[in-house]
Write a protein that binds this ligand. Structure first.
Ligand code: UD1
Length: 417
C-alpha cells in the first residue's frame, strides 16, 4: 500500500491548474447510456473513481476509451442492466446508473449501497423518484430491482436537497412520457452541468439553477461532445494549501463563481483573494483568524470542503466552530488531526477547533477522500515529517496531487509502505 511522506513547513508559491470535476463527470458518464452511439467527454482527470465508473459502463456493454483527458463512450451495444456489489461497494456513485438503465432497458438491478466512512447515506429519495416515474422497486438479497413498462412523467417533490437523487430523477425523466416537475431539486453546479449535457443531447429541461425543474420527455436523445467543468472542491483544497502554508498561490482553470461561500470565509480568515473569470489568487496572512462554518447545500458551504477548512482552522488564532448539517457523522478526520497536535473537540455534529501555534508531524491514516486531503494540508503546515497511510482514498478524487503540490514548493513523496 502506498503512503505519502510530507516534510512540512514549506511555503507554497506559484500557480496550479485545476482538473475536471469528478462529481460532475460521474453522472454525465452514466447519462451517455440514455442514447446509443459515441459521446465524447473532455477535461477528464485520471482518477480512480472515473476508472471505476468506466469499468461499470463496460460491464453494461459500453466501449469506453480513456486517453489524454478524453473519454469516448460508445453505448451502441449495451445490453446488461446490473451494477454489481463489487463495484457499488467501492463507489456509491454507481447508483447513478439506476435512472439511465430504467430509461434504456425498462429495468435495472443495482446493488444496495451500504454505509460509508462519512456516515449513513440512504438512497430512499432516489427510489421514491423512480417510483414516482412509474417504476416498481423491490429490494432483495441486497439488490435494488427496478422495472417499468415505460417511464411516465410525474410530480416529484424532494423533502431535502439531494444531488444524487436530483441527478437520477433528471436522467429518468428526460425520456419519460409527458412532463415531470421536480421541486426541491439540488442547485449544485454539478447538476447544472448535467442539465447542460442532457440539453445538448436533445432533452427539454427548464429551470436550470433553480430548485424547480420542468422536464418534457422526448422520444430520443443523441450522442454529444462536451467539456467538463473544473472541480470546485479541488480548487478550494489548493487555496487552503496556499493559506495554511502562509503562501501566495494562483489557482487556474477554475470557476470562482462556484466557490462564493468558501471564498468569503477565506477572506474572513484574513486571506487576500483576487478573482478573474477563471482564476483565483490567494495571498495568506501571517496569522489566520478563527471563523465559524455551517455546511449547507449549494450555494451554502460545501460539506466536501469541511475537513480541509478544519485543517486550516487548527492553526488560526482563536476558537472556530464547524457545524456539519449534511453528513452529521462526517468527522473521522478529527482524531487524526488531533494526532498532529490539533485541539479539536466534538459534540454531536459540531466541532470546536481551538487554534494552536503549530502542528507537529506524526503518522496518520486517511479514512475517506476529503479527510485525506485535510491530512495532506495539515501535513504541509506541520513541523517535521507526516506520514499518511491509505492514500488510495485521495487517488479517487485528486489527480496527481503530489506533483501539483511539489510544483508549488511542497515536499511530498509517494512511497510504498
Ligand atoms: C454528493 C457528492 C458528495 C457530496 C454530497 C453533498 C457525488 C458523487 N457525491 O453525494 O461528494 O458530499 O453530494 O454535497 O457527487 N439523502 C437522503 N436520502 C437519499 C439521498 C440523500 O436522506 O436518498 C441525504 C444524505 O444522507 C445527506 C443529504 O441527503 O444528508 C445530501 O446527500 P446527497 O446530496 O444525496 O449526496 P450524494 O449525492 O450522495
Amino acid at each position: 500500500m502506498e503512503k505519502f511522506v510530507i516534510n512540512g513547513g514549506k511555503t507554497l508559491h506559484g500557480s496550479v491548474r485545476i482538473s475536471g470535476a469528478k462529481n460532475a463527470i460521474l453522472p454525465i458518464m452514466t447519462a451517455t447510456l440514455l442514447t446509443s452511439g459515441k459521446s465524447i467527454l473532455r477535461n477528464i482527470p485520471n482518477l480512480n473513481d472515473i476508472k471505476m465508473m468506466a469499468h461499470l459502463l463496460r460491464i453494461i456493454g459500453a466501449r469506453v476509451d480513456f486517453h489524454d483527458g478524453l473519454l469516448e463512450i460508445n453505448t451502441e451495444y449495451c445490453s446488461y442492466y446490473e451494477a454489481p456489489y463489487e463495484l457499488v461497494s467501492k463507489m456509491r456513485a454507481s447508483i447513478y446508473v439506476l435512472g439511465p438503465l430504467l430509461s434504456r432497458f425498462g429495468q435495472a438491478r443495482v446493488s444496495f449501497p451500504g454505509g460509508c466512512a462519512i456516515g449513513t447515506r440512504p438512497v430512499d429519495l432516489h427510489l421514491q423518484a423512480m417510483e414516482a416515474l412509474g417504476s416498481y422497486i423491490d429490494i432483495e438479497h441486497g439488490y435494488i430491482n427496478a422495472r417499468c413498462k415505460k417511464l411516465q412523467g410525474n410530480r416529484i417533490k424532494f423533502p431535502k436537497s439531494s444531488v444524487g437523487a436530483t441527478a437520477n430523477a433528471l436522467m429518468a425523466a428526460v425520456t419519460a412520457s409527458g412532463r415531470t416537475e421536480i421541486s426541491g431539486a439540488a442547485l449544485e453546479p454539478e447538476i447544472a452541468s448535467l442539465i447542460d449535457f442532457l440539453t445538448l443531447m436533445g432533452a427539454r429541461i427548464r429551470g436550470k439553477d433553480t430548485d424547480q425543474l420542468i422536464i418534457d420527455g422526448v422520444a430520443e436523445l443523441h450522442p454529444v461532445e462536451m467539456e467538463m467543468i473544473p472541480d470546485r472542491i479541488e480548487t478550494g483544497t489548493f487555496l487552503i494549501a496556499g493559506a495554511i502554508t502562509h503562501g501566495d498561490i494562483t489557482v487556474e482553470n477554475c470557476f470562482p463563481d462556484h466557490l462564493s461561500h468558501p471564498l468569503e470565509l477565506l477572506k474572513k480568515a484574513g486571506c487576500n483573494i483576487k478573482v478573474t473569470d477563471t482564476a483565483i489568487s490567494l495571498h495568506a496572512p501571517s496569522s489566520l483568524k478563527a471563523i465559524d462554518i455551517i455546511t449547507k447545500p449549494y450555494p451554502g458551504f460545501p460539506t466536501d470542503l469541511q475537513a480541509q477548512f478544519m485543517a486550516l482552522l487548527c492553526l488560526a488564532t482563536g476558537t472556530s466552530t464547524i457545524k456539519e448539517t449534511i453528513f452529521p457523522e462526517r468527522f473521522m478526520h478529527v482524531a487524526e488531526l488531533n494526532r498532529l497536535d490539533a485541539d479539536i473537540s466534538l459534540k454531536d455534529n459540531i466541532a470546536t477547533v481551538k487554534g494552536v501555534p503549530a502542528l507537529s508531524g506524526a503518522p496518520v491514516m486517511a479514512n475517506d477522500l476529503r479527510a485525506s486531503a485535510a491530512l495532506v494540508l495539515a501535513g504541509l503546515a506541520a513541523q517535521g515529517q507526516t506520514e499518511i497511510s491509505r492514500i488510495y482514498h485521495i487517488d479517487r478524487g485528486y489527480e496527481h496531487i503530489e506533483f501539483k503540490l511539489n510544483k508549488l514548493g511542497a515536499d511530498i513523496k509517494r512511497i510504498q509502505g
